[in-house]
Write a protein that binds this ligand. Structure first.
Ligand code: GDP
Ligand code: MN
Length: 380
């Protein structure tokens, strides 16, 4: 789950990382009121779940509340890489002497968190990595050992920060950012830019914060930050029902159990010349209600012409899924052809249930390849 800048900064603030004071706003009038409350010049910042807002005109300085209102009017409604701006963050403007970059990501290959730091912040970090890789210091942290004072020193000296007061503040921020990364089960904590003010104060001027969806149950306060309006309606409905759903742009709706099986199903559909319209992953469960929920979401997509069920029973039982399909067909009118391939635990029982009920638009196939062929044929 990606957090908005202002939400990430709230977590930074809780972790003891210096940030500027600000207020959220959704209208130009609210932006003006926020600027009045904050006093002095402010920066009006588009809140969208994508980067590069500055370049896209989504970050503007305002010297007075009047100006804040005007800038807010310009930024609201702006399209930034496909994200329409509906929220703003009005923040006390900072004077900037230097722009650094600091991040922690999870390096899956190394199975360790990866710290990255450079004094060439403010710009795209990919640019720095490509044009001057030596300027970007990369350092893994052993998750069992945790963050140690030497990590921060290695980053600071490696990047060539020589001011002692800066060094001290950055070292503290590195340790706090790591603590936040661990405490909130983050996948990414990025500060770009991490600024140094003309007075020598170091603080986070931006925030990119991604929390592992699978850990949200441990952080109800963070889970609550999710902005449902930022997702397409079908994805929102799927999320509310606890179904994993991804929209694609072909014609075959896919329902499988387990990410691996679903991915291979997409491949097999492509192999036989079809295109997936979307997919739902029933996960390890796949009880009747889960199937009903998933079918509702899949058939809600007008592009779907046929549906392919690819179930390999493990924990998920074939008879349970078959009952789910029949129950769904009972509860809702599905005119789409449905192709079912059942294998694994209780597949026999499942196939028998389907054969006995024999709904007119239901086809069973013995293998994944046969099922994919049939589903693609029926989608044309
Ligand atoms: P991004 O473009 O989405 O990464 O948004 P940022 O929050 O990083 O802002 C982009 C740029 O706007 C920063 O690199 C700064 O140069 C500038 N900026 C943001 N906030 C302030 C501020 O308070 N004062 C000044 N002078 N510039 C700011
Ligand atoms: Mn930024």
């Amino acid at each position: 789950m990606d957090l908005y800048e202002y939400q990430g900064k709230e977590l930074f603030r809780r972790a003891g990382i210096p940030v500027s004071e600000g207020r959220p706003a959704e209208t130009p009038e609210e932006a003006r009121a926020a600027a009045e409350e904050l006093g002095g010049p402010v920066v009006v910042k588009a809140q969208v779940l994508t980067g590069g807002r500055g370049k896209a005109g989504g970050i503007k300085l305002a010297a007075t509340p009047d100006e804040a209102e005007a800038r807010a009017g310009e930024i609201l409604g702006l399209d930034i890489s496909g994200h329409i701006v509906r929220k703003l963050w009005i923040e006390k403007a900072s004077d900037i002497a230097k722009e650094y970059y600091l991040s922690i990501t999870f390096d899956r290959g190394a199975k360790k968190p990866l710290l990255m730091f450079t004094t060439r912040g403010g710009v795209d970090i990919e640019e720095v990595a490509a044009s001057s890789p030596d300027a970007l210091v990369r350092l893994h942290v052993d998750p069992f050992e945790g963050i140690q004072p030497w990590h921060a020193r290695a980053l600071i000296y490696g990047a060539g920060v020589d001011d002692p007061a800066e060094q001290k503040q950055i070292a503290a921020i590195v340790e706090k950012l790591y603590a936040a990364f661990v405490d909130f089960d983050a996948m990414l904590c990025e500060i770009n830019p991490l600024i140094v003010t003309p007075d020598g104060e170091v603080k986070a001027l931006d925030s990119k914060f991604t929390v592992d969806d699978n850990a949200l149950f441990r952080h109800p306060d963070v889970a609550e930050m999710r902005d449902l309006e930022a997702y397409p309606p079908e994805e929102r409905a799927a999320r509310e029902k606890g179904v994993t759903y991804v929209k694609l742009d072909g014609e075959v709706g896919i329902l499988g159990n387990g990410a691996g099986l679903v991915m291979s199903t997409l491949d097999v559909i492509a192999l036989v010349g079809g295109r997936p319209a979307n997919f739902c992953d029933l996960g390890g469960g796949g009880d009747a209600q889960g199937v009903v929920d998933a079918l509702e979401i899949i058939t809600g997509d007008p592009q779907v012409k046929s549906i392919l069920f690819n179930i390999f029973g493990g924990i998920t039982r074939g008879d349970e899924v078959a009952r789910g399909i029949l129950q769904a067909l009972d509860q809702m009118t599905i005119s789409h052809p449905i192709v079912v391939r059942l294998d694994g635990t209780n597949a026999e029982e499942g196939r028998k249930l389907l054969a006995d009920a024999a709904p007119p638009n239901l086809y069973t196939e013995p293998t994944m390849l046969d099922a994919a062929r049939r589903a693609v044929e029926l989608s044309k």
